[in-house]
Design a protein around this ligand. Sequence first.
Ligand code: ADP
Length: 354
Amino acid sequence: ALTAHVNDQNKRRRQILNEFLDLKGNIRVFCRVKPLDSKNLRAPVASDTRNVIIKLTETKRKTYSFDTVFQPDSSQDDVFLEIEPVIKSVIDGYNACIFAYGQTGTGKTFTMEGLPESPGIVPRAIKGLFRQIEESNHMFVIKFSMLEIYMGNLRDLLVSQGTKPIDPIPPSLLIHTDAKGEVDIDNLVTLKVNDFNEVFKLYKLGCRNRATAFTNSNSASSRSHCMIRVSITCRGAPERRREKNKIWLVDLGGSERVLKTRATGRRFDEGKAINLSLSALGDVISSLQRKNAHIPYRNSKLTQVLKDSLGQDSKTLMLVHISPKEDDLCETICSLNFATRAKNIHLGQDESKE
Ligand code: ADP
């Protein structure tokens, strides 16, 4: 029975990989529905493996369709099974980008970082990369960086490495694009790593640095975007494989609309900065999906940093998180609308013709 299960899993992985590599536009949008805090609550959100159904009134329903919908009882294993092909494509030389999007509290950090007993995408992806490198016949050099974008400024989260003291607010960094179109960030700490444990230590340091910049550490994730970059150089790269490529793993700041949160002062400015950069990201993704001649990368630091990892032959995966609660319905609909805009436009047109 175990062999049959493993065979089934391998078959599903191959199928997902092929679907992923074939996909027009190379942007996939998944949705994850958070479990209800209490079983007794009535939720206006229902879902199956491809659709989220919103009950707007007693008689009116709206259905949103996605490449995959993770149900409230989906496990971290279920999520990673669908993500794994991206890791494979990184080993094959593609740039990739995985985003967690959604209102604060819907499980973005749970999906990306996870809990010690139930690790998320970041630790699994890094383990997966090292495993695949071991299995390959090529020499790879792996480098790790971690930063956040706060109020439109980049902060290096590994800046306390070496003998330097921890600086809660690292200086703003400059982004530049070289002649080959590769984006880099001036003076961003980029450390060579040899195994998963080395990366994990740096990742924990980055998470600690992120929290120390805020008086209330729990709120870091709603106030800034957290970005991890794993850069890969393949020595003696086989033909057709780029020598250098990278994957970005991004836990986006909370998408709740700042005007609705009644935040004031600094919190209002932080929310506004996040809203602006998320809408810039949405504009870039939908311009890419529409194959527009002009892609508005320059409208935010977030999209400037990701310029060479979105579009072209890069693999992009957007994981939109929603809450099933009645109280969150407005934000849930906003997130679903954002996700729908990010979806492959060709699929949308085909659907509307049916
Ligand atoms: P966000 O990063 O979007 O603000 P969190 O990841 O911090 O949200 O999630 C808020 C809380 O809900 C955390 O305690 C987290 O462990 C829990 N949670 C989120 N998603 C799930 C899930 N799918 N299953 C179990 N617990 C979850």
